[in-house]
Ligand binder design. Structure first.
Ligand code: SF4
Length: 371
């Protein structure tokens, strides 16, 4: 591996991506869980793997390049695998804290702090630690994550809170926990969590082996409506909480009302304009794969391109490249088409499938807003 890198995104720009507003480095492919719906499943390596990681200097050099080219970043999220299994995660986090990045986050599985040394990182280094948890009881959580994981995740949330970090939770909704969705509000509010970020498990990665956990369109819309109603009626009891609920399926009139635009057309997480760039480690498994949306991760030839270990980005000109596919089919969610998931493309009931990142944001005691 070379020690100096010269990141070159010329081929990204040549294909219309002029500014990266959101950068999501998958800093390691190591993970100590194997969740039932994990979209990264086929990329994951063992918890002690130190090969399929992003070298710290490579990461810092890429982050600097993106910040310089784009006048800073609007958002960056450390992802994996499990990012805290990266041997150098504390340094990486401190380096990111010194860059012009408006919002910094990390998504962790909460199975412990692993290599993250909370004594050596300021809580200001992250705007949020997003801890993944799938239930309000061991029974509802452990069925999709791992036996005895609930207890460890709750302990880890406590450690972050004690150290002064703001904690949000990533809560993946499946057929195993949808019945108790409203219970998440009092439960996580009592734990000092500030954001509940909901996801609907999608048919990707390990979910292909567990398709019965996926919630159908009608059940999803019913649960979503009940949660919205619950928050409108009881929200004032839980002040200071933000709940982000993916629409997933919308009627035509909702598409118009919310001014929904597909992620390939507009990066709605990037208020100053720009696109999202997801980057994998440039190792034999990660291959430096780059995506715009996590919806298509792992699908053959769906990547925007790849970055080699020297930092050069090469565009993928295959028809499955999500931007090329989108230029042919201006769909609300081209990802389902690329993946040949006809039930998602045409859910029936007059519904349109939209990107899983498009969410309704409800803030207790504040006005509702879609983003
Ligand atoms: S969902 Fe996250 S925590 Fe679970 S196996 Fe995948 S990478 Fe690991």
């Amino acid at each position: 591996m070379h020690e100096t890198f010269s990141f070159d995104f010329t081929e990204l720009k040549a294909n219309g991506i002029n500014r990266i507003g959101e950068f999501n480095p998958y800093v390691t492919l190591a993970c100590d869980l194997r969740c039932s719906y994990c979209y990264m499943f086929d990329f994951l390596t063992k918890a002690n793997d130190v090969v399929h990681v992003m070298p710290t200097k490579w990461f810092v050099s890429m982050m600097d390049h993106i910040c310089e080219e784009g006048g800073g970043l609007d958002r960056m999220t450390f992802l994996g695998g499990e990012p805290t299994l990266h041997p150098d995660i504390t340094t990486m986090m401190n380096e990111a804290a010194q860059r012009p990045i408006k919002e910094r986050r990390m998504t962790t599985n909460g199975m412990g702090l692993h290599n993250l040394n909370l004594d050596k990182v300021s809580p200001d280094a992250l705007d949020h630690v997003s801890v993944s948890i799938d239930g309000t009881t061991a029974e509802s959580n452990d069925v999709t994550r791992a036996k005895n994981s609930f207890k460890r995740i709750i302990e880890t949330i406590g450690l972050y809170r004690q150290a002064g970090f703001k904690v949000s939770v990533n809560y993946t909704v499946t057929n195993r926990n949808i019945a108790n969705l409203n219970e998440t509000v009092p439960f996580f509010h009592a734990m000092g969590v500030s954001i509940i970020n909901l996801h609907r498990a999608s048919l990707d990665g390990n979910a292909y082996r567990n398709p019965d956990i996926i919630i159908d369109a009608v059940a999803w819309i019913e649960a979503r409506a009940k949660l919205v109603e619950f928050l409108k009626t009881n929200g004032s009891t839980y002040p200071g909480l933000t709940v982000r609920i993916p629409y997933i399926f919308m009627t035509d009139s909702e598409v118009l009302e919310t001014r929904y635009a597909p992620i390939q057309e507009r990066n709605y997480h990037s208020p100053d304009g720009g696109h999202r760039l997801i980057v994998f480690p440039a190792t034999s498994i990660g291959k430096g794969l780059c995506y715009m949306s996590s919806d298509v991760i792992g699908h053959p030839n769906a990547e925007l391109g790849r970055i080699d270990e020297n930092g050069r980005f090469r565009w993928n000109s295959h028809d499955n490249n999500e931007l090329i596919a989108f230029s042919r089919h201006k769909l609300a969610n081209v990802s389902s088409l690329i993946k040949n998931q006809t039930q998602e493309v045409n859910p029936g009931e007059g519904l349109v499938r939209v990107s899983h990142s498009f969410k309704l944001t409800l803030r207790t005691a504040q006005q509702d807003a879609a983003e």
